[in-house]
Design a protein around this ligand. Sequence first.
Ligand SMILES: Nc1ncnc2c1ncn2[C@@H]1O[C@H](COP(=O)(O)OP(=O)(O)O)[C@@H](O)[C@H]1O
Ligand SMILES: [Mg+2]
Length: 317
Amino acid sequence: MPGDSLRKKADPVLPAKEVAKGSTENVENKKKSGSNENDQEKKRNSEEEEAKGSKEEFKGMKDRDKDREKPAHPQKQPAPQKREKMKPNDLVKNESTVWKVVQLLGSGGFGDVYKVFNENAKDGKEFAMKTETLGGHRRLMRLKIEVMVLMDCQEAPAIHRQHFVEFIDKGKTDNFKFLVMSLVGPSLEDVRKTYLAHNYSMATAMYCAMQTLDAVADLHFLGYLHRDIKPANFAVGLNEPQAQIYVLDFGISRRHIDPKTGQPKGPRSRVKFIGTMRFAARACHLLQDQGRKDDLESWMYMVSFFVNRDLEDLDFF
Ligand SMILES: Nc1ncnc2c1ncn2[C@@H]1O[C@H](COP(=O)(O)OP(=O)(O)O)[C@@H](O)[C@H]1O
Ligand SMILES: [Mg+2]
């Protein structure tokens, strides 16, 4: 693996205790850092996706920003649904399993992530549960593709699935759909900003670069594009593989290989902006269909973020 030689030399990303602590404090940190940006961005993306039938072409940054301020069909935009968050000790029942909520880990526009454990299991092992409110617009249904990616991962050779969390369970309640996966630690966004307070070596930045590149390559190998590569969507491992970096959030992933032919799908002629403005590839800004190269371009922007550790967290979007 490309990261192996670096791993020996690199500073550990985080000491074990800090990582474990990090997972419990994740909600706070996420609220402070990546969460707002992520939520706003996803909400905005949803609005973009919903502006169906817009005849306006974006002709450069200025026009696009103007369009953002005045969406073509404001009445068609779905407002994020109000939903009640689950509280510690709430139960989510599936066919054979009863999941008990420990705490909220993160919150998005259309769902939340909770730390949970199986009440019937004696080991008390904790997992992450991602929820998605029922009744949202079809275009906002993102959990289905997440489940697909994680289930496909299970079939991949072990060497290609070490950067993915394990798929554990899926189900539906009266209010939401859910996905249960293995639990990981804080995101790279939280590690960079909060845990290491921008104070880390170039070796650590390079270690993260190699691990995340490996993860993106494995996802491409599986036949999917991520389309939202950014530090908030990668997380460090907990416990044993704590130096392992995991890729999360396949909510806007897309199959780039046609399963019938085994060949990459041809580009669609007209697409909406999707992703996170700060890390989006140029093709995405130009409303062109994305390919593997665009995930790599976003990866480069992310690496420049790791390397320029004093880069201010610009808030102009
Ligand atoms: N498997 C997991 N283990 C621990 N924390 C997780 C896990 N999956 C997600 N999270 C936390 O929840 C946050 C939001 O998850 P994500 O899948 O990125 O959802 P969103 O669609 O809201 O961006 C992540 O940044 C991470 O902090
Ligand atoms: Mg995310």
